[in-house]
Design a protein around this ligand. Structure first.
Ligand SMILES: Nc1ncnc2c1ncn2[C@@H]1O[C@H](COP(=O)(O)OP(=O)(O)OP(=O)(O)O)[C@@H](O)[C@H]1O
Length: 299
């Protein structure tokens, strides 16, 4: 389990991580989602002891990373798949990792197999690896010490759709066996495919968290009638909150049954009534992204 409590990290007068609190539970894959520059990597760097916190705490298995004995045997970390020496072969990288961690050399071939790198590919130098191959190698490296926790920064970056499915299966199995997985991404659809729980960060602050099902659950009702204006008046009279959709119809913050009943009471014929789309998270994420884009343009 990973627990982050009131974590703050500042650089001069800039607050990169601003009072962040969340947990990543054992047995679950937690997606850490946020646009570029939101503070994901900084949070993960604090978590893995690479950057000190300004205040607050990030604990892995109940302790600061640096206080763990032989941390690589407990926590597998992949922060930058391109950080390895470009002149080394994949096999050399893993062999050095195995020696450092004190795990049998046999683990190297096992992990190559787990991440789907062939013996031939493992003999190539990293400078000749594609980004996807580097991610696979990085994951193999993170798994070498047979850890209970995985902390992975943008691990799906560079993977094709089949690679993303492969990663989902791999991380899902790891979590099903009791492991804790925290992975970051700036792509909602990537996180949606891989994670059980989602923590959303924007400009250093947590803006949403919950299970994927909670956050992506369809909300409210979509309704169209022959006379949307009369329908809007009826909904307002019943104190229901709604929004006129640009494509026609209304998005109402109420269950379909209630909306249907209001329409019937007011004798308004409906042409469509269905559960709303699960667009809440996507819209929130898009607005975070566009705010950041505006900020960058203004800078
Ligand atoms: N060493 C540093 N000195 C100054 N500012 C920094 C430093 N490290 C990170 N930052 C700033 O902190 C903010 C958060 O950066 P961070 O790398 O954590 O974001 P991120 O969510 O991981 O983004 P990305 O998806 O682009 O990797 C950014 O504005 C970044 O410029």
């Amino acid at each position: 389990m990973i627990s982050v409590t009131n974590l703050v990290r500042t650089y001069g007068d800039f607050t990169a991580v601003d009072d962040v609190t969340f947990t990543a539970e054992a047995g679950r894959v937690t997606g850490f989602l946020g646009p570029n520059g939101a503070g994901k990597s900084t949070t993960m760097r604090v978590m893995t002891g690479l950057t000190p916190a300004t205040s607050g705490a990030a604990l892995v298995l109940g302790k600061p990373y640096a206080a763990l004995t032989n941390p690589g045997r407990h926590v597998g970390v992949l922060l930058d798949a391109s950080a390895q020496h470009a002149g080394r072969t994949g096999r050399e990288v893993l062999t050095l990792g195995a020696m450092t961690l004190g795990v049998p050399r046999g683990r190297v071939d096992q992990m190559l197999d787990v991440v789907g790198l062939t013996a031939k590919e493992s003999e190539r130098r990293l400078r000749n690896y594609s980004l996807g191959m580097r991610q696979r190698l990085g994951l193999a490296h993170a798994l070498l010490g047979d850890p209970e926790v995985l902390i992975l920064d943008e691990p799906a970056n560079g993977l094709d759709p089949a690679g993303i499915r492969w990663m989902r299966d791999l991380l899902g199995t790891f979590a099903a066996e009791g492991g804790t997985v925290l992975l970051s991404s700036h792509l909602l659809h990537e996180i949606e495919k891989i994670a059980d729980d989602i923590v959303v960060i924007g400009r250093g602050k947590i803006v949403a968290q919950g299970t994927k099902d909670e956050l992506l659950r369809p909300s409210g009702a979509l309704v169209r009638s022959a006379d949307d204006r009369a329908l809007a008046a009826a909904l307002a009279e019943e104190n229901l909150t709604f929004e006129q959709l640009p494509t026609g119809g209304l998005q109402v913050e109420a269950e379909t049954g209630l909306v249907g009943a209001v329409a019937a009471t007011h004798r308004i014929a409906l042409v469509e009534l269905r559960a709303g789309d699960s667009q809440g998270l996507e819209e929130m994420f898009l607005s975070l992204t566009s705010d950041d884009a505006r900020k960058e343009l203004a800078a």
